[in-house]
Write a protein that binds this ligand. Structure first.
Ligand SMILES: [Zn+2]
Ligand SMILES: [Zn+2]
Length: 718
């Protein structure tokens, strides 16, 4: 063995050795009580390099996977990639812009093909990065959200939802970003505190207050609170819209907050979600005065075509000239902004596909109450319940090209929609005519990734687990697809591990859609991990210049060191502070393990046949310490307390085994050889899930019985 462990000489070769040996595929169980252990990997976006946040989840999931594999569970960690609709199109369009092009320079098919090629290139890159970090996922089952078989399942679920009356085409206020050119779901809108002008405008009989004078032409009523004594006599009377002089009825609605502004509210159902609700109740007309480009429409001609924020100034000037502006105050309020552009979201009236969410949230809440699905960290359970109670109908249409196109065709004659499982229908289901046009919109990415656990398992694999006891025995699929062996055996999966900031986006949607499509939860436990921050606890971002690239770090210090430092010192659920020094420190530990092994294994040759050794107090002590360690580490891993397990192993190897036992027994070196080897073997097994490369490298040097004896396949110490 070399004097120092040089990870660059070993990592690639060892990963190939594992992968070639088939170690990543689940083994058929030999007894009935070997329950499968399954993690479906949160598919990274196919548009980017892995960042340090990915490295954290890869580490956590790989530790759990390797641990359960060694414990004898038929273990599956299923990898994949997400097409990441809007995200990818956004990244791609930025690249186009650098070349002086935009999406409007290409037709739909060309643009789609270009993005597809870009994503394929990236996907390969991403996969090699997963390998570099030691991810022992089953590549034979690798999936992509746009695999035709996956898309087929997504379509089946959509059709089933439609047939069950849970999908509707609705005119609603959508959260539209004119810069992205698409609408967003409620969840994708960020909220910013900011100061704006609050204009008090004279509507004749009442003064109303608004932050958005440019929308006054879309007003269709003025509303007051029925209990507001100031306005009692005005209910049913008229107010007059400035500039155009149109009359508006003054209505009463309990949703109006008498404390806000003057207590009299302009009602603009075409540009505000609350006003939309009030408008529906009172059957008010809906007028749009801003279009999807953010430009004015349906206004007096002088404003038409002007950007809404410019129109605000113009209209205010004109109102001032008419002496209709009574005063202007400053107001602190929250504004919905695009999570990418940070520019205001334009609430627009639009026809989109919606999923009725209540029946689905009910399924999910029941499953959480029945503990069929458990959230490991209690504080997140509360968050989950809150969201499930407050989610609004889910807008699943996106006005982008990149993604799964919605299988809905509109008849050009009777304007009815025909929904299919993906194929173009022969004729309109309403009038039978054949003039049909497909909806240009694509599904919200989360609609397809929300089906990921069952979609990946239902699309099958080449590996057979025949005659294994199925986990999902007797499950009745609501969607019309045959159950595969993988689905029956691995579904519901064991644990879903992901970042806490996508609990609502992704995890809750998987629970809802999983329960809906399969009748069973997609996973039994949910382990949410915190963010990786820099050494000062700051969020890591390119703009701050504090990026820690996991691949550069693992080239420098080894993947093992990166992995250890990503779980060190804090529970998985918490944010972790990381610095290059932490990683360096763990590289030193890898070296220490290597040197301990070198010391022990060098002597192996010098004392080939040590007979039974006299056991003294020191030997008994180290064996007892080892047994205690095994129990503790096993318990910690079962409870997802990965840092405690890692720290205990580290402490044992460095302090108890190397500094204490090894030093103390140097004088009777030959006697202790067997104990040393035994403790070394068991320590390497315990450390393997955390630092798979250096442990396997040592194993292959001098501990493996033959070429097929891999540490990754060894049994967990008892
Ligand atoms: Zn945007
Ligand atoms: Zn028709």
């Amino acid at each position: 063995m070399d004097k120092f462990y040089d990870h660059q000489n070993y990592e690639k070769g060892i990963y190939k050795l594992w992968e070639k040996s088939g170690a990543f595929s689940p083994k058929k169980p030999t007894t009935h009580n070997q329950q499968p252990f399954t993690i479906i990997m949160p598919p990274p976006n196919a548009n980017e390099n892995l960042h340090i946040g990915h490295a954290r989840f890869i580490t956590v999931e790989d530790i759990l996977t390797r641990y359960h594999r060694m414990k004898g569970n038929p273990t599956l960690w299923l990898p994949g990639a997400d097409h990441a609709g809007i995200e990818t199109q956004y990244v791609f369009e930025k690249k186009l812009k650098e070349k002086g092009k935009s999406r409007s320079d290409y037709d739909r098919d060309t643009l789609y093909k270009m993005i597809w090629e870009y994503v394929l290139e990236n996907e390969k890159n991403m996969e090699s990065q997963l390998r570099a970090l030691g991810a022992s996922c089953d590549w034979t089952r690798n999936k992509f959200t746009l695999d035709p078989k996956i898309v087929k399942i997504v379509y089946k679920t959509f059709k089933k939802l439609y047939d069950d009356g849970l999908v509707y085409r609705g005119e609603r206020i959508v959260n539209y970003c004119p810069k992205c050119g698409t609408s967003f779901s409620q969840l994708e809108v960020n909220y910013l505190e900011r100061e704006d002008n609050f204009y008090y405008l004279d509507y004749g009989t009442v003064i109303i207050a608004t932050t958005r004078p440019e929308t006054i032409f879309a007003d269709t009523a003025v509303a007051v609170n029925p209990k507001d004594a100031r306005y009692k006599n005005l209910i049913g009377k008229k107010a007059v819209l400035p500039i155009v002089g149109r009359e508006l009825t003054i209505i009463a609605d309990a949703l109006v907050d008498p404390e806000f502004g003057t207590g009299a509210l302009k009602i603009t159902p075409g540009h505000d979600p609350t006003d939309f609700e009030i408008g529906e109740k009172h059957k008010l007309a809906k007028i749009s005065v801003i279009d999807e480009k953010g430009e004015m429409i349906n206004t007096p001609p002088k404003y038409i075509g002007i950007l809404s924020e410019v129109a605000r100034e113009e209209i205010t000037k004109d109102l001032e000239q008419e002496k209709k502006v009574k005063k202007i105050e400053k107001i602190h309020h929250t504004v919905g902004v695009c999570y990418k552009h940070k520019t205001p979201i334009e609430p627009l009236l639009s026809k989109q596909w919606f999923i009725k969410i209540k029946p689905l949230t009910k399924l999910a809440l029941t499953a959480i109450n029945d503990k069929r699905v458990k959230i490991v960290t209690k504080k997140y359970e509360k968050v989950a319940r809150n969201w499930l109670k407050n989610l609004k109908d889910w807008n699943i249409s996106r006005q982008i090209v990149w993604g799964i196109r919605i299988p809905a065709w509109r008849c050009n004659k009777c304007f009815e929609w025909t929904i299919t499982e993906g194929k173009q229908p022969d004729s309109c289901k309403n009038c039978g005519c054949q003039k049909l046009t497909q909806d240009p919109d694509t599904f919200d990415t989360w609609f397809s990734s929300g089906q990921w656990p069952f979609a990946t398992l239902l699309t099958g694999s080449e590996t057979s687990l025949k005659n294994s006891t199925p986990a999902a025995k007797g499950l009745k699929l609501a969607i019309d697809v045959p159950a595969t062996e993988d689905f029956e055996y691995f579904y519901p999966t064991s644990v879903l591990e992901t970042a806490y900031d996508i609990l609502v986006f992704w995890v809750l949607r998987m629970i809802m859609l999983g329960l809906y499509a399969t009748g069973e939860v997609p996973f039994k436990e949910i382990l949410l991990h915190g963010l990786v921050r820099d050494q000062y606890g700051e969020k890591i971002s390119k703009s701050k210049g504090n990026v820690i690239d996991p691949l550069i770090m693992s080239q420098k210090y080894g993947a093992d060191a990166v992995r250890m430092s990503l779980i060190w010192g804090t529970l998985v659920e918490n944010d972790i502070a990381l610095s290059e020094d932490n990683i360096k420190g763990q590289r030193n530990f890898a070296n220490k393990v290597w040197n301990v092994a070198r010391f022990i294994l060098q002597n192996k040759l010098e004392v080939p046949n040590v007979k039974s050794q006299p056991f003294n107090e020191d030997d008994k002590w180290i064996i007892k310490e080892l047994k205690t360690l095994i129990k503790k580490v096993t318990r910690s891993l079962d409870k997802y307390r990965l840092n405690e397990a890692a720290e205990d192993i580290y402490n044992f190897i460095w302090n108890k085994f190397a500094n204490n036992y090894l030093e103390k027994t140097k004088s009777r070196r030959n006697e202790t050889q067997k104990t040393l080897e035994y403790v070394l073997r068991e320590s390497l097994k315990l450390l393997h899930p955390f630092m798979p490369f250096v442990t396997e490298a040592i194993w292959q040097k001098d501990l493996a019985k033959d070429r097929n004896d891999l540490l990754i396949n060894s049994s967990w110490p008892k």
